[in-house]
Design a protein around this ligand. Sequence first.
Ligand SMILES: Nc1ncnc2c1ncn2[C@@H]1O[C@H](COP(=O)(O)OP(=O)(O)OP(=O)(O)O)[C@@H](O)[C@H]1O
Length: 273
Amino acid sequence: MTDDTAPSASLPPVVPHGSGPVSAHPALSVEGLSKAFGQVLAVDSVSFEVPSGSFFGLVGPNGAGKTTLLSMATGLLRPSAGTALVYGKDILREPDAAKQLLGVMPDGLRLFDRLTGPELLEFTGRLRGLDQGTVKERAADLLELMDLTAEPRKLVTDYSAGMKKKITLAAALIHAPRLLVLDEPFEAVDPVSAANIRDVLAHFVAGGGTVIVSSHVMDLVQRMCDHVAIVAGGRLVASGTVDEVRAGQDLESRFIELVGGRRSGEGLAWLEH
Ligand SMILES: Nc1ncnc2c1ncn2[C@@H]1O[C@H](COP(=O)(O)OP(=O)(O)OP(=O)(O)O)[C@@H](O)[C@H]1O
């Protein structure tokens, strides 16, 4: 991890639930995970482990199966085959225990968006079983951190795309989960908010939590993450520490080498003037 992702001293205490001795289990263990949509095999027998305490990047081209994989790993989508364990708890067989340890920011936001930001956080916190005082305190910290305090009466449905991203991340953090799974957390987020989010994630990992992010931004993954998995065409192409996977190259070059798909040539003749 580099200096620009180091935890900032002024962050609120969003530390993981149950942090303490490192768990004997990986934060996430997926085994033979597959998903077919009709004839399309979106995820094809993928197995990997996310070590407890790691900052893990999941990368792959458009349509590679990242969202499908993360949806199955977090219990949002039933796999065609395979298992996903969160700190040893099977997401399908022990969903309550697994989901208590899990905070998720899914792709394709499904929010209770007729609530204001503070109401949404309060609602989420109460659903997670937190008492009123704790919810209010954490909601205030999170709204401040995400720079969402200016319009407290605005409904989430009227938020911009980046604001929706940030309130969803705040909702995923409010119960101080131990594993945070974020699908494209920086998409549509302004640079200052992105830097704040990077800080809070680094702080979360430093406090004993584990973060999984999917992203298309290789430079960000290389700077921010210590482990990475590459998927393409529904299959796992590589996984390990960032240094192992990039094998002496920058991650973007290695990604293109492993995944392919670069078009040679001079472009579209009809676009020339
Ligand atoms: N509900 C669905 N029904 C049918 N096909 C689906 C469904 N969801 C995903 N797919 C297909 O599964 C494949 C993987 O999609 P997925 O959204 O998981 O990819 P991704 O890696 O997250 O892509 P992107 O980077 O573009 O977000 C694609 O071929 C997609 O069209």
